[in-house]
Design a protein around this ligand. Structure first.
Ligand code: XIL
Length: 365
């Protein structure tokens, strides 16, 4: 108990002072997640160019985080809208913000089946391109983007979400796969490595703690590893909820991936207050989306559990990134149920620290 602070507070040993959590009393107001975790790993956040221009959001970013990931600006659709035309403005502004403020940048992403540009898979006649053409386009894209940010982006999500959602299948039947087979994965890593041999290259996916998905991701990574493909690390997206994963599932996944000698990052962390629903549906009339004290308590416990585990595995975990800044604006407000409010982050709709925040920074450091 810090008596000096207690006396500074009210001069008496009043109930409010005595029950206030020790952390809240001894923390300096300017201290953020990145400072609590300085002996563990960088703490990042996904950003849009707009959020960096808003004074309240950018102040919060600089207080709490030391790494950023562009939420959409570097995906192939937005950054490479036409075959011979790149759109750099948004991505450049994010990298410039990071450079001005000494933040790390994770690049996201180089090859994905979603948010692809219209021209990518088609010839001028509208027919699907052949494998050779598609791999050449992939090479040009990766080489150009990785080169532009060489030395400024330390890690890239090279291939995103290549495993099928159907647990009885292996690779996702995307156009990438239909046209190139699994070579698109191998080549994407080779092109990225050739463009920037120093960048840390990631395979990134979701639901990596569910045993059936974990084992298929492992199978892919082992195959790539055995073949000498330059994959350095695996990204656990961590779009989790108050219902999953369990502590056992999380540890088992980390241990399994680490057994391949790969580093691990948590790349897109959020903690939905709803159970996962696979299919998009519309919000039912009157459907309740209030953040009740029960949901809050469950979320606090789940956030505490996962960060306790992250700290235990600090030898292999090299970064933890949140997907969005605060509950004011999260992609989960519209996904998978359009219009349903979610509360998945550590800062509330007024950008204030939630109770779950203190569960993450208190504990056995
Ligand atoms: C999401 C963004 O947050 C949304 O703004 C966008 O509309 C769709 O993509 N997995 C990923 C991320 O790898 O790129 C996705 O980001 C969330 C799921």
């Amino acid at each position: 108990m810090n008596f000096k602070l207690l006396i500074a507070c009210c001069g008496f040993l009043c109930g409010a002072c005595v029950v206030a959590p020790a952390t809240a009393q001894t923390d300096s107001p300017g201290k953020g997640l990145k400072d609590y975790y300085k002996n563990y790993f960088p703490i990042g956040v996904a950003v849009s160019p707009g959020s960096l221009k808003r004074p309240d959001a950018s102040a919060l970013i600089l207080r709490e985080f030391n790494s950023i990931t562009p939420e959409n600006a570097m995906k192939m659709g937005p950054i490479h809208p036409k075959e011979n035309e790149y759109y750099w403005k948004d991505a450049d502004s994010i990298v410039a913000f990071a450079q001005r403020n000494g933040l790390k940048v994770r690049g996201h992403n180089l090859c994905w089946h979603e948010q692809t540009p219209d021209w990518l898979f088609k010839n001028a006649d509208g027919k699907l391109v052949d494998k050779e053409t598609l791999l050449k386009r992939l090479k040009d894209h990766i080489t150009t983007v990785v080169n532009r940010y060489k030395g400024k982006i330390y890690a890239w999500d090279v291939v995103n979400e290549a495993i099928d959602d159907d647990s009885t299948k292996f690779l996702r039947n995307s156009l990438w796969y239909q046209i190139c087979g699994e070579d698109f994965i191998i080549k994407a890593f080779e092109y990225a490595h050739a463009a920037d041999p120093k960048a840390v290259l990631f395979y990134n996916d979701y639901n990596t703690e569910r045993p059936e998905k974990r084992d298929r991701v492992y199978r892919l990574l082992k195959k790539l590893n055995d073949a000498g493909v330059p994959v350095d690390a695996v990204g656990l997206q961590a779009h989790w909820s108050i219902y999953e994963p369990t502590q056992g599932e999380l540890k088992a996944a980390i241990e399994k991936f680490a057994s391949l000698g790969l580093k691990i990052q948590v790349t897109e962390l959020d903690m939905s207050v709803y159970p996962w629903e696979k299919n998009m549906r519309t919000k039912k009339p009157g459907e309740n989306d209030t953040y009740t004290p029960e949901l809050q308590a469950k979320q606090m416990a789940q956030y505490k559990m996962v960060f306790d585990v992250f700290r235990q595995y600090k030898k292999v975990i090299t970064g933890v990134t949140f997907w969005n800044i605060s509950d004011r604006e999260t992609w989960l407000d519209d996904y998978p149920v359009p219009g349903r409010k979610n509360y998945p982050l550590l800062f509330d709709t007024n950008l204030q620290r939630k109770k779950a925040y203190w569960e993450v920074v208190r504990g056995d450091f």
